[in-house]
Unconditional design. Structure first.
Length: 543
């Protein structure tokens, strides 16, 4: 309380005079304490005189416009202490929850982030990687098309194993205390710390062959919670080892694979062989010493029958067909190079040319990445051993791996230059069949991902659908940027989705149905954020 009173006394003398003459409320005066810059305080007060909105939240927003929240991942990565030690200024609010405050100097913060990333890069470069790319954030799918090395987990030494055993024993002991009712915030925090340390030990860097390291690279970035992310062991196509052509045998025939012939027909009794494309029939081989290789035409004819026989047999064996398709999908999803399946199944995984900031750190992206990593750890290093590994899996494991590989091929992206309405309609049906909930998946409307990128009419429509007409009237007088930010606060937790994200069974909330989120009644002010409930226009309050 003493610090709050001192903060109030430190506001611009000009504004203190206005307050003394009842020109502003104490709540408005409190809002000005966010910054100690008297010139900026007076400038904001002068700007407020030209409009009719002088609520405390408007003052705080104007004073913190263009600054960086302490919850930003860059701030967590560098640390506020390092920022302040470098001369940076942090705005604090002693009267409202400020989540750590706001950083004023974005250029200084970016400089500190770049310096720390550069230092981390030099440490990782000492491991011998051919290239390292560093950025605050990489787009989702940045490693598509690159082969990832499969490293070996380095066994723990005696000291490391002793640490793991001690952590697990402590974890079990604390859980037992919780089961007996001895729960406290300190125990909960300690359990979280133990789990985090065990996870860090489990995800310790893998060991790679020096020859592989010399032609591979790594990506260095920052996670959503401000931790360093290092993705090691990616090989670019131009760095793949060159495959030497096989030597020509003494008889003059090359052992290299012949060029591919035309594709076989998809179905029916025809072998699908293009006769015109085949070489002329060869004369019967002369009877001389030694065996000559079979002619290309004869091999093609024999294997055409083999292909049809395989198709027929596989069509009668669902289990083997499932395994064969799973094998083909895994080759595409985990290996990229070095092996092919006899099934001509093309498993494509669409990229995202246009994506919102933070997509790579979204909950679905992190879940997919973690699941892919777990499966990659269970699959063999060489693709030639994949079939035997899949055969050894139990049915449930195969089914879950199949679901993961199939999921990587989903494409529900609407692109103006490539229209496929039937596929998008099927995506809605698929989402409905699996009970997809995009709100539960982590999407919520923000000024950055939706509200700030649509006209004001769309913003008001969203608020009206979610909260009713009266809630929309609270912000309809604001400018576009302010309206988007306040709509974000109003829509928080409402579950509202824009039309492209609505499934088959989702409809707009009706403002006429009292069972839904209709118009906001005066008795329901608890549903509104405090900053709006406290400053309702008198006309609405009177109603």
């Amino acid at each position: 309380m003493v610090r709050q009173r001192l903060k109030l006394a430190a506001v611009s003398p000009k504004l203190l005079e206005v307050y003394a003459e009842d020109g502003m409320t104490v709540e408005q005066l409190m809002a000005f304490t966010v910054t100690g810059d008297h010139a900026r305080q007076e400038q904001v007060w002068d700007q407020l005189q030209t409009g009719h909105s002088r609520e405390p939240y408007v003052i705080r927003r104007m004073l913190t416009d263009g600054v960086i929240r302490a919850t930003d991942k860059r701030v967590r990565f560098v640390g506020i202490d390092a920022y302040e030690a470098a001369g940076g200024v942090v705005l604090r609010d002693l009267f409202e929850q400020d989540q750590g405050g706001w950083l004023q100097d974005s250029a200084l913060l970016d400089k500190l982030v770049a310096e720390k990333l550069r230092a981390e890069v030099e440490t990782i470069r000492a491991e011998g990687w051919k290239w390292i790319e560093a950025a605050n954030e990489f787009p989702y799918g940045h490693a598509a098309g690159l082969r990832r090395l499969t490293g070996e987990i380095v066994p723990l030494d005696d000291e490391g194993q002793a640490r793991v055993d001690a952590l697990r024993a402590e974890h079990e002991k604390l859980e037992a205390q919780c089961d007996t009712g001895e729960f406290s915030s300190e125990i909960d925090q300690r359990l979280d710390a133990i789990e985090a340390e065990l996870k860090a030990i489990e995800r310790r860097p893998l060991a790679y062959e020096p020859e592989e390291v010399s032609r591979a690279g790594a990506f260095v970035s920052i996670t959503a919670d401000g931790m360093l992310r290092v993705e090691r062991g990616y090989v670019r196509s131009e760095d793949e080892p060159k495959v030497e052509p096989e030597e020509v045998e003494a008889c003059g025939e090359s052992t290299a694979s012949p060029p591919p012939s035309d594709r076989l027909a998809d179905a029916g009794n025809s072998t699908g062989v293009n006769e015109a494309a085949m070489p002329a029939a060869e004369d019967e081989p002369r009877d001389d010493d030694g065996l000559k290789p079979l002619s290309d035409r004869l091999v093609t004819e024999l294997t055409s029958f083999k292909t049809l026989a395989l198709r027929d047999a596989l069509g009668n064996d669902p289990d083997a067909a499932f395994l064969a398709v799973l094998h083909a999908l895994c080759l595409k999803a985990f290996y990229h190079f070095g092996a092919d399946s006899c099934l001509e199944i093309e498993a494509r995984s669409a990229g995202f040319a246009n994506q919102a900031p933070g997509l790579a750190d979204s909950a679905p992206a992190r879940a997919i990445e973690e699941r892919h990593r777990r499966w990659a750890d269970q699959l063999p290093r060489e693709p030639e051993a994949l079939w035997d590994a899949l055969t050894a899996f139990d049915g449930d494991s195969r089914a879950m791996l199949f679901a993961h590989c199939a999921a990587l091929t989903v494409n529900a992206v609407h692109e103006p230059y490539q229209r496929h309405p039937k596929a998008l309609a099927h995506a809605d049906r698929l989402g409905d069949a699996i009970g997809l909930d995009l709100v539960e998946a982590g999407w919520m409307p923000t000024a950055e991902n939706y509200l700030g990128r649509v006209p004001k009419a769309r913003i008001l429509e969203a608020v009206r659908e979610a909260k009713g007409d009266q809630a929309a009237e609270l912000i309809d007088h604001l400018k576009k940027g302010d309206m988007a930010r306040e709509a974000e606060r109003l829509l928080e937790g409402s579950g509202w989705l824009p039309e492209p994200l609505r499934g088959l069974e989702v409809s707009r909330p009706s403002t006429d149905d009292p069972a839904t989120d209709g118009p906001v009644a005066v008795d329901d002010m608890a549903d509104l954020p405090a900053f709006l409930a406290a400053d309702l226009p008198e006309a609405i309050a009177a109603e």
